[in-house]
Ligand binder design. Sequence first.
Ligand SMILES: Cc1cc2nc3c(=O)[nH]c(=O)nc-3n(C[C@H](O)[C@H](O)[C@H](O)COP(=O)(O)OP(=O)(O)OC[C@H]3O[C@@H](n4cnc5c(N)ncnc54)[C@H](O)[C@@H]3O)c2cc1C
Ligand code: FES
Length: 508
Amino acid sequence: MADDKKPTGPDLTQGVPLSELADGGMLVGHVGDDEVLLARRGGEVFAVSAHCSHYHGPLAEGLLVGDTVRCPWHHACFSLRTGEPLHPPALSPIDCWKVEHSGGHVVVKGKHETKSFARPKPVVAAPDKVVIVGGGAAGFAAAEMLRRQDFKGSIVMLSDDEASPVDRPNLSKDYLAGNAPEEWIPLRGDDYYKDNGIELRLKAKVAAIDPRAKEVSFVDGGVTPYNRLLLATGAEPVRLQLPGADLPHVHTLRTLADSSAIIAQAKEAKRAVVIGASFIGLEVAASLRARKIEVHVVAPEKRPMERILGPGFGDFVRKLHEENGVVFHLEDSPVAIEAKQVKLKSGGALEADLVVMGVGVRPRTALAEKAGLKVDRGVVTDTFLETSVPGIFAAGDIAKWPDLYSGQAIRVEHWVVAERQGQTAALNMLGFRDRFNAVPFFWSQHYDVPINYVGHAEKWDEIEVEGDIAGKDCLVRYKVKGRTMAAASIYRDVASLQAEVVMEQETS
Ligand SMILES: Cc1cc2nc3c(=O)[nH]c(=O)nc-3n(C[C@H](O)[C@H](O)[C@H](O)COP(=O)(O)OP(=O)(O)OC[C@H]3O[C@@H](n4cnc5c(N)ncnc54)[C@H](O)[C@@H]3O)c2cc1C
Ligand code: FES
């Protein structure tokens, strides 16, 4: 148990009648202090941890799909048979217990030992050395998957960041709001890299890749060779070119150091201006409000997030932030920043002792371009995430891949997509031939309101609203010629999971 609460539900070691668990049903009970989920599929009953290994989401409120369970909060997926985390954002397994049937009852016995999750080896030989450029979502998930598959060769992970891989989505949410301590932020402790033989080199900026010599060189000098290379360099925040944009109280947000710098400034600040009204900007606004700072948001659009979520959601998001004290200055933009104020195009000025720019990111494709890889507003890959140069793969914010659902080559900037791509690239570097067929998913959090989004819709000809956006209970479908391309939801987690499964069925 992660908290001190008494475990709920029946004592499963005493057994529960099978008749109380319908086919496809779930029930939460306990084994000692552990909350355990019983899930029934036909005649089979599985017993696994009741909570997700990502942020402790309640799996019983999720969805059973075949012999898997999906988490309601951020769509992680676990095998009911082995506990393997099949889909990120969960990267750790959940526990599994032995189940016995006796006299019409299901009785839960001791825990199963954790087994290896490695698949049977592919016929081709594994490489000796994999180099991963990038210590973020995709890079970390790739390294983890290589070791999960019992890869015995060397793994070198290179990152120009000073911090080991971190839970980046948290940097604009609970960590920035002051609700998550810094020790929650690393994806793994330092021991993990040592114990798993992953050579993590921090502050190691790669200058170039030589695909002919199969080596990468560093800005500080030196080279390292590779047999397979994963490029997972992510994206960098755009800094508007304005007078005053480089002043010390003007921030962008990508790294742990960026978030910590905003927190340090927020301790003194009374009034903040956030430039940009999309996800990062508005998450920052919400977190600064949690710190009781007066927040003004300046953005050129008419409604926040309208381009991605449509006008109904846009109005809702605006109202939600206004109810929490944020003041919007829409259809306006900053023209200059001074030590104590931001000047606006409309002629006014806003007082600010803290300014955060959340105006989008640029994929870090320079290494790929220099190495002669095909780049077209993203590093172009095939369905196996291999780039135009054999042996070099790309994943995460830089990758532009043929999306099987939309039939378009797309690039997205989502945490879970980056992790899943890192995993697929890792498998394919080992010689498996896995197509990347995941349906994109992201989540965003504003105060107590989570927004989940599955699919990818850059445009639509119809928006269908089930439920009530303003009432914070909805599933909104974005359709093209009657086909759902994406669905956004608030507190309709099962419907969101179901929408994802329907889309997956078309791509599997
Ligand atoms: C504050 C914040 C909040 C977010 N919240 C959400 C969210 O709620 N939901 C969601 O779906 N997405 C969210 N995202 C987006 C998500 O974090 C990204 O899509 C994801 O991190 C992309 O993973 P990546 O591995 O491609 O890149 P990154 O995680 O950015 O990792 C890139 C790595 O490459 C390294 N690197 C780059 N160039 C070099 C070089 N030349 N040499 C060496 N190393 C290099 C970087 O240092 C870094 O370690 C958020 C992003 C931010 C910044
Ligand atoms: S809590 Fe389960 S996926 Fe995040």
